[in-house]
Design a protein around this ligand. Structure first.
Ligand SMILES: *Cc1c(COP(=O)(O)O)cnc(C)c1O
Length: 380
């Protein structure tokens, strides 16, 4: 197989040292105290990175497991849950709430703009009887960035627990969990952290743990039960055998992030330059404001098939970008410029190839996107 430059909206490219870390000799993670210490050291680094006293846990399962675990652990039959929806992942939380018997109340707003915390505050004045609320930091299908700090602070005025899906924003967008008053932060390994797929992490507040412990009915899951992790370090015991190689890779990727003092600036420069190139070419972005610096969603020009375009990108240029799904299937394509993908050579190559493919498919572009991109990057 030839090399494919992966510029999708996650999974992202994985650096060699992370791949190598996954091939280290392994120990028995159930028996070896050193593994438990290593696991805890990564969790502590996550807490420090996200500026919080909350406790972090890394669970074996892709990003979705984190979202499900938050809902499974908090939801009891009949609990009212506010599902803040301005995108596909936002709305998707309702499914998890319902699976565990909760009453998911959708707060659905314009999917082309970030959630307006002020308007949410007005809504809550009339109805605020919710056990918890869910909100997505970056709704990846549209590339929407929500101001979770403002949103969660409004929710907290009404004592509502806050669950934030930051799977595709964390490590690319700054986030202060304590200032934002986030009770459960959900993240994943395969987006801006740029470790392989397979792990989710959760940053959980004492309040959230108390809510789980105060339930009248038991949590209806084992794998998605956050309480099973509580006290693992004191007990030197995990609910199931930890995927040690995945965790070695995760730890190495986290070191890469921690050593990269320019990580947020780099995401910002590359994202801004990408948006500038796309707009200058006469292409349209799906959203009107709230652009996330981790992904850009571009509206497919009239009559262009996403499948054909993505195939040409792969076959002719060996570059993989993303299409979309659910209500945006066939409507947008996405460039993931997060984590290891957020580098000038790869993004400029991607834009050049995209320009060539669109031209070949009959779209007239108003500029050379690669040139505009490179020029913009130099302005910083
Ligand atoms: C990627 C992602 C997840 C995890 O889901 P996938 O199965 O990897 O698609 C969850 N939430 C968001 C916002 C994501 O971008």
């Amino acid at each position: 197989m030839y090399h494919m430059t992966m510029m999708t909206a996650g999974p992202t490219q994985v650096r060699e040292n992370v791949r190598m870390a996954r091939s280290r000799v392994t120990t028995n993670p159930d028996e070896d105290i050193a593994f438990c210490e290593y696991y805890k050291s990564i969790c502590d680094k996550l807490a420090k990175f996200f500026h919080t006293k909350n406790t972090f846990y890394i669970l074996s399962g892709e990003g979705i497991l984190g979202l499900e675990a938050a809902c499974a652990s908090l939801t009891e039959k009949g609990d009212r849950v506010l599902v803040i929806d301005n995108g596909i992942f936002g709305k998707g939380f309702a499914d998890f709430v319902k699976i565990y018997g909760g009453d998911a109340v959708l707060y659905t707003v314009d999917d082309k703009k970030p959630v307006d915390a002020q308007a949410l505050s007005e809504y809550l004045k009339k109805d605020s009887n919710f056990k918890y609320a869910t909100v997505v930091h970056c709704d990846t299908p549209s590339g929407m960035l929500n101001d979770v700090e403002k949103i969660c602070n409004v929710l907290k005025e009404y004592n509502i627990l806050t669950v934030v899906d930051s799977v595709s924003a964390s490590f690319g967008i700054p986030l202060n969990v304590d200032k934002s008053q986030i009770d459960i932060l959900c993240g994943g390994s395969q987006k801006a952290l740029s470790a392989p797929i397979g792990l989710t992490f959760l940053g959980v507040s004492d309040k959230a743990i108390q809510a789980m412990q105060n339930r009248k009915t038991p949590i209806a899951s084992f794998y998605a039960n956050i309480l099973n992790y509580v006290g693992y370090y004191e007990k030197k015991w995990f609910p199931y055998t930890m995927p040690i190689s995945d965790i070695y890779g995760f730890g190495e990727a986290l070191e890469n992030v921690l050593n990269d003092t320019q990580i947020f600036q780099r995401h910002e420069i590359i994202a801004k330059a990408t948006r500038k190139a796309v707009e200058t070419a006469g292409l349209k972005q799906y959203i009107n404001e709230g652009y996330s610096n981790t992904v850009t969603a571009i509206v497919l020009p009239e009559g262009i098939s996403d499948k054909e375009l993505l195939q040409k990108m792969r076959n002719q240029y060996h570059i993989m970008i993303s299409g979309c799904f659910d209500v945006l299937a066939g409507k947008v394509i996405r460039i993931g410029h997060m984590g290891e993908n957020a580098n000038v050579p790869d993004v400029s190559q991607t834009l050049a190839a995209l320009g060539d493919v669109l031209t070949e498919m009959g779209v007239t572009l108003k500029c050379d996107m690669r040139k505009v991109f490179l020029n913009e990057c130099q302005l910083y």
